[in-house]
Design a protein around this ligand. Structure first.
Ligand code: MLT
Length: 404
């Protein structure tokens, strides 16, 4: 008789964004006349930039001709894309990352869920609280998180690093020593950004204690302040203790196309064992590479036209973030984030729980956001709004919330 991986049974409820999707669907079915504005999941709304669609069309044509047709992609990614990433995202910022340290994938969500596979089940993870749920849930599925306590909504074997208004939503170094430290900056969900010298403190800590930092930089394109690092490799020593996860979703609108990458520097070792070699082995075994046409589209992100067009898109979403931030602040809300991030994090009014406020917004003003408690117990009493809607919808949503 077969048995299942019963770690899955330990997972409480469904994935956060599935739960929200279901609630909104039900509401919309019973209120078909209402115009619901969705500022919940961080999904982009602007269409792909012309430089990207042109690259897609041309790659599709190549695939339709015998002499330029391509079959399986190289499992770690095409050189043209890995070179473009190394040059633009790293060397241009003074980071010494080479193309062969870059592993192209179909997105940062998959990589951030999968990366834990190359580490021992005995490792202890540390996460910010609140946190992007994929980091915790993927460790639960693997059997590394221990047992769930429904009262505290925490896992017995996970080290939680509270991110509160008191510490500006930046975690303090943990008291217990973790083996794997998940950091995401600019942060999802709080929108907080870490300064370069603060991140250096984490790199120094990881080097001293022998931990690995799993650094999610999916939102780096939204950084506006010069002392906020775009990559952890801007810090001294990070190549010996950090893996970086990056996405094309938020900077280039690839949420539907799917493309991301992970950097595993060759210097990063556990004794004699190279983590680069382990991840290459994992990638080669379980993955056949992102589609050629999507990787060509990714290459276009770094073209002169692509860069200019995407700067406009990012500016558009930044304007939304600024509108949400100032509109709610003027209305008396306590807000943060939004400056180096497409997410605005607000305190729920009148002592409402995060889900009470979610229901209140959905039912009274037909606006969807994300309840902070869905990101962990530290998010209770908070709420996240995304800047990825259209400008008109963003303005209307904020104006509707102000009527409450
Ligand atoms: C979010 O809303 O937190 C993100 O869109 C989720 C994701 O990127 O997977």
């Amino acid at each position: 008789m077969f048995q299942i991986n019963d770690n899955y049974l330990k997972l409480p409820g469904s994935y956060l964004f599935s739960t929200i999707g279901k609630k909104v669907r039900e509401y919309s079915e019973s209120h078909p006349d209402r115009k619901i504005i969705r500022l919940g999941i961080g999904d982009v709304t602007l269409p792909l930039a012309p430089a990207i669609t042109a690259a897609l069309h041309s790659a599709v044509d190549e695939m339709g001709r015998a002499e330029t047709f391509r079959g399986y992609a190289p499992d770690l990614g095409y050189d043209f894309l890995r070179e473009a990433i190394a040059a633009n995202d790293y060397r241009a910022r003074g980071c010494d990352i080479t193309a062969d340290e870059i592993f192209v994938s179909d997105g940062a969500k998959c990589d951030s869920g999968n990366i834990q596979e190359i580490f021992s089940l005995d490792n202890r993870i540390a996460v910010c609280d609140p946190v992007y749920p994929v980091y915790v849930d993927s460790n639960v599925m693997a059997g590394r998180a221990g047992d769930y306590d429904p009262d505290s909504q925490t896992w017995s074997n996970v080290i939680y690093m509270p991110c509160t208004a008191e510490n500006d939503f930046l975690p303090d170094l943990p008291k217990e020593a973790p083996d794997l430290i998940y950091l995401c900056f600019p942060n999802n969900p709080t929108g907080a950004a870490i300064r370069r010298e603060q991140l250096q403190g984490w790199v120094d800590y990881a080097m001293k204690t022998g931990a690995v930092i799993l650094y999610d930089a999916a939102y780096e394109a939204y950084i506006t302040e010069p002392d906020v690092p775009h990559s952890i490799y801007e810090c001294q020593g990070a190549k010996s203790c950090a893996i970086e996860l990056r996405s094309f979703s938020k900077n280039a609108g690839f949420t539907g196309l799917r493309l991301g990458f992970t950097v595993v520097p060759k210097e990063l070792k556990c004794g004699d064992v190279s983590l680069h070699a382990l991840w290459a082995r994992r990638h080669g075994t379980k993955y056949n590479g992102a589609p050629y046409i999507v990787q060509r589209a990714g290459e276009a992100v770094y073209s002169r036209a692509g860069k200019a067009q995407l700067q406009e898109q990012i500016a558009y979403y930044r304007k939304n973030a600024a509108y949400i931030y100032s509109g709610l602040k003027e209305a008396g809300y306590t807000v943060s984030g939004g400056v180096n991030s497409p997410y605005v994090w607000l305190k729920t009014p009148k002592g409402m729980t995060s889900w009470e406020f979610f229901d209140c917004l959905l039912e009274n003003v037909n606006v969807v956001g994300t309840p902070g408690s869905g990101f962990g117990p530290g998010g209770e009493g908070y709420f996240r709004l995304t800047a990825f809607g259209s400008y008109e919808n963003t303005v209307e949503a904020v104006d509707r919330i102000r009527t409450l």
